[in-house]
Every structure is written in structure tokens, then in C-alpha cells.
Design a protein around this ligand. Structure first.
Ligand code: UDP
Length: 463
């Protein structure tokens, strides 16, 4: 039976955020929150997983910091059957402009979707009250809109993914969702052009995601510490005596790379949209002979993300591509699945990989907003990423990273190669990247956008 689960998050020390802000940004946040704290409405965030994936990464600090600055922010997660997530994954893939598993989105899928949503919505009244504001994240939650409206709360639907150009897949997914979104009070997108034309019937806001600079994933880690953490997971070889004490699933031939070997890393879910296969192919065909770099493709263990049923199949595809590569290439790359059970340990491994890597890749086919891109930028690491979706907003080409065409393996390889050969550019780019994240993609900016949106809706300004 589908249901909603309330997720508890403890208070986050606000100093963990403040220490990274400019004095101006800090006072803007204090100012804005002074108006909203204590007398503001209860704000809910509803998504489909408490751990794993970008949305969960953001809601936890929103609740944690929000409580600390006096905002009443709460979190619900929809728990449902694999059949439901199969449908929503298909819809989400379509929104990203890709076909996904190629399955249907017809009346049978509507039945699965609406029955599950109805079951979950039955629990809303235990939590949400009239006057509350409810941010519903992604396709998994659109089926809750009508009930939230009936309760007298304000539903805001937020899509994290999107495609730069509409195509048959986006059209099909938007057509599927349309009937569930008619009573929404406002829409929020990372990039306005991700939204379909019919959404102009309601106000549309732009809210960019953020990373939490105080989290174990993004806290400053020095080079030695990063290497130790990776050695602990067996991702690099530590000193002679040390042995990996943590267990990750690693597909590799030969020993782990030495810490002194430059690493090209991509950290992301095992999903066709992230194109781990493209990175592997570009590395094998265009980089292995010209560089001494070692490639690490790192993702979560494939059974760890509840709303991502395709991960296992895609990981297997990557493994079979790896197995077909010539032996000398196989000895220069590894596929790593990090366990998700211990969230802090997982986050520190991601932090270590993004810190240790000479270059981080994000060769996505489409991307609403790449948290992994922002995370690597925050560590001052040079990033080579596809010029798609939200990434085009995150990176200014050649200043705070390098943007490449997602389908041009040679261009990708050339960009990685030239950065691997130029440590001064890597450093300069890394510093610019960190400043860009500080200015645009930390939680303070997100709070301001969210509070502005709520203020607008509460005052009826959008009408
Ligand atoms: N991630 C993680 N552990 C992993 C792999 C990824 O915690 O083993 C995190 C990653 O650090 C990032 C999030 O999952 O914070 C992925 O967000 P992104 O926006 O890059 O992509 P999404 O998964 O939302 O499509």
C-alpha cells in the first residue's frame, strides 16, 4: 500500500553555512528570514526518496537549516511499489527528452499512477493543514496536487529535470502529467525553457538547486585526507601497509591506481542519461594512449536508490562494455559502486573522489541541474561537462569549467586531455568554479527564491 512517510531532520548549525557567505549574502538572508520566521506558513517538501539522488540531497539541508533560522519546513516521502516507480521513471526520462525503457504511457500506466497517488494522498491530512505551502518534486508527486488543493494548502510543482528542446519523449511525458497538474498554484523549474507551453496557465518560477557547503560531501578535505579515504575504499592504492577497510563493488583489472596517477572521475547514478558509457568509450578511444590518467566511474550501489529501477540494468551494460575493452585499457579504468547504507561514509567517498580527481567529467545527455558538477566545482576541481540543461547555467565555458557537446567524444577527450596537461589552467578554473558556486548555488540563494515565491503567492501578486 502506497503511503507518505515523514522524514525527520535535526537542526543544522547555521554557522556551517554562514562561514562561506559574503557579508552581503549573509545579511540578505538574515533580513529575509526575519520577515518570515515564526509567523511564516508551514512549508512542505514532498519527493520520492529520502536518500540517493539530487532532490533528497537538497531537501535535507533545507529542513535542517530552515529550522535553525526559524522557518517551519518539513519533509514527506512517497513510498510506493516498483510498478509505480517504473511508470514515474518513464515519465521522468521523457521529461529529460529520452526514451528510457521504451515502455508505454497509456491508460494502464495512468491507472497504476493514479491509484498509487490516491493511496498516498489519503495520508496527506495527517500532515498538511489548510494554509500550508507544499512543494511537490518531480513526476512521482504530481498525483498529490488535487488532494493538497482540497485541503486548502497551496501546491507548487517543481520539476528538476528538463530538455533543452521538446521532442516526442518530452511531449509524451508532459501529456501524461497534464491532467494531474491542473490545480497547481505555481510551477518551478531550474530553467524556464524546460516547461511545456500549456504551463503558462499558472505562474512559473525559476529556482536553481544548491549544494550544502557544510555537509560531509562538501566540507573542505585536504589532498592527503582525500587520498586516505579513497584508499580505504580500495579506489586508490594506499601505502604498502594499509589495506582497504571498506567494501565497495569494484570492477577492475589489476591494482588500484596510485595516488600520484592523475584521475579522471565521473560520479553519478547509473543511468543512461549520465552517459558513463560515453566517458568509458572516449577514454578508451581517445585518451588512454595520450595520457597517463586513470578513469574512475563512480556511482551508488545499484540496489540502493528506491525510485531508480533501471540502475542495475544500466550498470550491467557498462560492465559489459568494460569487458569488451582491450586488456591494457581495462587496467586503466574502474567501475565503482559505493554502498549507500552509511550515508556519511558514502558522502565522504564522493567528496574524496571529487577532491582527488585532476578532472571531473559530467558527460550527461541531458541534465536538469548537475549537483555533481556543482559539488566538484566547489572543491576547486576542473570540470568538463556537457553543454546541456542546467549545466550550461552552472559553468561559464573556459572560465569556471569546460562545456562540450554531449555527443562529441573527441571534443570531450581533447578538453580533458588539455586540462590534464595544464595544471595552471586547472587551478585557475577550479578557483573560478568555487567562487561561482559561492555566489549562486549555496542554500541562501535557494531560501531567498523559495520565500519570494511563497510571498508572491500569499499576496496574490502573480494574478
Ligand atoms: N551521489 C551519491 N553517491 C553516489 C553517487 C552520487 O551521493 O555514489 C550523489 C551525488 O553526489 C549528487 C547526487 O547523488 O549529490 C546526484 O545528483 P545530480 O543532480 O548530479 O543527478 P541526479 O541523480 O539528481 O540526476
Amino acid at each position: 500500500m502506497a503511503h507518505l512517510q515523514a522524514i525527520q531532520v535535526g537542526r543544522y548549525s547555521i554557522e556551517r553555512l554562514y562561514e562561506h557567505l559574503t557579508p552581503q549574502d549573509r545579511s540578505a538572508l538574515v533580513q529575509q528570514c526575519r520577515g518570515s520566521a515564526d509567523r511564516g506558513p508551514t512549508v512542505w517538501h514532498v519527493n520520492s526518496t529520502a536518500a540517493g539522488g539530487g532532490v533528497a540531497e537538497m531537501i535535507a539541508p533545507l529542513v535542517g537549516y530552515g529550522r535553525e533560522i526559524g522557518l517551519d519546513i518539513r519533509w514527506l516521502v512517497i513510498q510506493a511499489s516498483p510498478e509505480f516507480f517504473e511508470v514515474t521513471k518513464r515519465v521522468d526520462n521523457g521529461i529529460s527528452g529520452i526514451s528510457g525503457d521504451g515502455g508505454a504511457l497509456g491508460e494502464a500506466e495512468h491507472k497504476t499512477y493514479s491509484n498509487t497517488s490516491r493511496e498516498a494522498a489519503a495520508g496527506l491530512r495527517d500532515h498538511v493543514r489548510s494554509g500550508d505551502f507544499v512543494f511537490l518534486h518531480d513526476p512521482q508527486t504530481a498525483g498529490l496536487v488535487a488532494e493538497i488543493s482540497r485541503i486548502g494548502a497551496t501546491p507548487i510543482w517543481r520539476a528538476h529535470n528538463g530538455a533543452d528542446r521538446p521532442n516526442e519523449h518530452t511531449e509524451r511525458s508532459w501529456a501524461f502529467l497534464h491532467r494531474y497538474l491542473t490545480e497547481v498554484s505555481a510551477f518551478a523549474f531550474t530553467m524556464p525553457h524546460f516547461s511545456p507551453a500549456w504551463m503558462t496557465s499558472r505562474p512559473l518560477y525559476t529556482i536553481t538547486p544548491f549544494i550544502d557547503p557544510g555537509s560531509p560531501k562538501n566540507a573542505r578535505m585536504n589532498a592527503g585526507h582525500a587520498a586516505d579515504v579513497l584508499a580505504d575504499w580500495g579506489i586508490v592504492s594506499g601505502d604498502q601497509q594499509s589495506k582497504a577497510t571498506r567494501r565497495a563493488t569494484i570492477v577492475r583489472e589489476g591494482p588500484a591506481p596510485k595516488t600520484s596517477t592523475p584521475m579522471l572521475a565521473q560520479v553519478s547514478r547509473w543511468d543512461p542519461v549520465k552517459d558513463m558509457e560515453g566517458v568509458l568509450t572516449a577514454f578508451a578511444e581517445h585518451l588512454v594512449d595520450d595520457t597517463e590518467a586513470y578513469l574512475s566511474l563512480i556511482g551508488p550501489e545499484v540496489t540502493g536508490v528506491a525510485d531508480d529501477p533501471e540502475a542495475e540494468e544500466y550498470f550491467e551494460r557498462c560492465v559489459s562494455l568494460y569487458k569488451k575493452l582491450p586488456e591494457p585499457v581495462r587496467r586503466r579504468c574502474q567501475l565503482v559502486c559505493l554502498p549507500m547504507g552509511d550515508r556519511t561514509a558514502n558522502a565522504m567517498a564522493v567528496n574524496a573522489a571529487q577532491t582527488h580527481a585532476a578532472v571531473v567529467a559530467q558527460k550527461s545527455v541531458s541534465e536538469g541541474f548537475g549537483l555533481t558538477v556543482a559539488e566538484a566545482m566547489w572543491k576547486g576541481t576542473a570540470v568538463v561537462a556537457s553543454d546541456v540543461g542546467g549545466i550550461s547555467l552552472q559553468i561559464e565555458h573556459d572560465t569556471s569549467g569546460v562545456l562540450v557537446d554531449w555527443d562529441d567524444l573527441q571534443q570531450f577527450a581533447r578538453s580533458v586531455d588539455s586540462l590534464l596537461n595544464d595544471s595552471a589552467s586547472r587551478q585557475e578554473m577550479g578557483s573560478a568554479a568555487r567562487e561561482r558556486v559561492r555566489n549562486l548555488f549555496l542554500p541562501n540563494k535557494h531560501f531567498l527564491s523559495e520565500l519570494d515565491l511563497i510571498d508572491d503567492l500569499a499576496k496574490g501578486h502573480h494574478l
